[in-house]
Design a protein around this ligand. Sequence first.
Ligand code: MN
Ligand code: FE
Length: 360
Amino acid sequence: MEKTFEIGDRKFVLDQAKAEQAFAAKKIINGLKTEAFNLLPLKYVWAYDLYRAMKANHWEPEDIQMQKDIEQWQGNELSDVERWIIRMGIGYFSAAEGIVGDNVIHVVRELVTAPELKLVLGRHAHEENIHADSLLYMISSLGINPHECEAMFEQIPTIKRKNEFVTRQSHALRRDIDLTDPKNKQLLAKNMFVFGQCMEGTQFYGLFGMVLSLWRQNKFPGIGQMFRYTLRDESNHIALFRNLLKDLINENPEIWTPEFREELVDTMIEAVALEKEFISDCLPVGAVGLSAAEFCQYIDFIADRRLEGVGLRQLNPGIQNPLPWLSETMDLKKEANFFEQRVTEYQKSSALAAVNDDDL
Ligand code: MN
Ligand code: FE
């Protein structure tokens, strides 16, 4: 028997029996392993929808003007703290984006089995490449010495500790790991929690907030704009890892023990402490419009949103967002038209390429 499936404006005719069999073989982990990228029938529809949403947000660093940033960097209007925040931002993210992409490719995308999950994770890794490229663009525009950025990742203790906190959750999973063992399933679940909710979801937000508050004061408009686009991508990465974790738990409920849940909450407590240390390093003294105490409260607020998102207990229930303007700044929906235009352009150019291929 044949049945028509619809995804958006597309229709697919699938054999009912074969489709049901393929559907049943799809799992977050321990599903059918195959090199063939059989996306249909989609089981994790959210993953495919997220892939499309991520693609529609596509941006390229070179689209952003850096002239004003260069003038400000070379001029003498900036305070030492403002320069330091930009250095910390570029220094930290230069390596952090790479670490996230590396974990996506070598751990999570390797271990999940359903093709639509591999599809969206491929896009995730690509976005980390775009972010890494945007940092190269900032480094070259401002004329910062790249070795200095590398050194920051190795020599600044608060950056080093944030780095070690995530990489230790990644290395243990890079071997032939038996994912029928509940202990190993928990290792993977913890990896998803650490990378999605603690790192991208919480430890990226101190600098995001600081750079965007400079942007709000018309300082570093180009860098600020790149961080806004990056942040919008990160919100999709956080959602991706949250959905992965929730479906992994749904399919393997034995791992979601009270002890394991508390272990994850403790991990978030550690992530928050590391981020607060880092914020104090970025803001050793008060600067115009930047208060370390407010950013620390913001991190507490964000961490609770992440915990809540995956069904874990909150650390500071009822805590208020001390920087409401920040959510407003991060809300790029108002600029949707700009992106619709870009997407149309990209679609046009790929349509053009297809026409040229036909000509051959
Ligand atoms: Mn990123
Ligand atoms: Fe990310």
